[in-house]
Design a binder for this molecule. Structure first.
Ligand SMILES: Nc1nc2c(ncn2[C@@H]2O[C@H](COP(=O)(O)OP(=O)(O)OP(=O)(O)O)[C@@H](O)[C@H]2O)c(=O)[nH]1
Ligand SMILES: C=C(OP(=O)(O)O)C(=O)O
Length: 217
């Protein structure tokens, strides 16, 4: 039976905008690229914050433009710590969250899930039930969500082949469908899949307003 006292706090890492989502460069006009990264991020954290079982969503980014957009939307953002890199940023965010709650569950959520439904995320958190677990992306190689055990370390192993790395580190693979939680957008093809699932408001508005919409809105 699920331990309903366990709360989940999520860390969402975001690179500096000039470096972010480099595989989407060329998919939209250069001046629209940062806007797209931000719209996708805001849709992701909006859905995450609405998920049952999720108490807090903390973005880790050293880009002031990311912090400013998030602040305007009412979301928390902290700069990276001294060391750079994705897993370092996640460890930094996790350490900050642990200072507030030693017993809860900490999660790492990708920032590029524009079709995310809070119900899919809530079900994943509920299914993990306070155990260390992960959700692979739709290609099954990457990871879109990693959850610590309640009170335990996050131990993030994001990067190429992270689904296998998280499984090898003992995290339970969450295998239910949850298409919106598995659809991270690295390419134009991913954006089209997210469109078919139903994009969040900001991503949909931005993409549909583009003169050359890459996904034929
Ligand atoms: N804060 C922080 N976030 C990072 C860092 N590296 C990657 N990320 C974020 O972690 C997530 C996955 O990173 P990547 O797959 O390397 O990059 P991406 O921006 O999704 O896409 P590509 O540039 O196309 O590889 C994205 O949300 C990134 O913005 C980092 O050094 N610091
Ligand atoms: C870094 C990762 O994500 P992606 O390369 O898909 O953005 C990952 O899945 O570990």
């Amino acid at each position: 039976m699920q331990n309903r006292t366990v709360q989940t706090d999520l860390v969402v890492p975001v690179k500096a905008l000039p470096d972010a989502k480099s595989r989407l460069r060329g998919v939209v006009r250069p001046e629209e690229h940062a806007e797209l990264v931000l719209a996708v991020l805001v849709d992701t954290v909006t859905a995450a914050a609405e998920a049952d079982g999720v108490r807090r969503v903390l973005v880790v980014s050293s880009d002031p433009a990311v912090a400013s957009v998030l602040a305007a939307e009412g979301f928390e953002c902290v700069p990276e710590g001294r060391s750079r890199g994705l897993n370092e940023a996640l460890r930094h965010g996790a350490a900050l969250l642990r200072q507030s709650d030693r017993a809860g569950q900490i999660g790492a959520l990708q920032a590029d899930l524009p079709a995310l439904r809070s119900t899919d995320l809530a079900e994943a958190v509920k299914t993990a039930d306070g155990r260390r677990a992960f959700c692979a992306d739709r290609q099954t190689t990457g990871t879109t969500l990693l959850l610590s055990a309640a009170g335990g370390p996050l131990d993030p192993r994001f990067g190429v082949g992270s689904a296998r790395a998280h499984a090898a580190s003992g995290a339970i693979a969450l295998t239910e469908s949850w298409p919106s939680l598995r659809c991270d957008v690295d390419t134009a093809e991913d954006l089209a899949v997210a469109r078919d699932l139903g994009l969040g408001r900001r991503s949909a508005e931005l993409l549909c307003a583009m003169a050359a919409c890459p996904i034929d809105c």
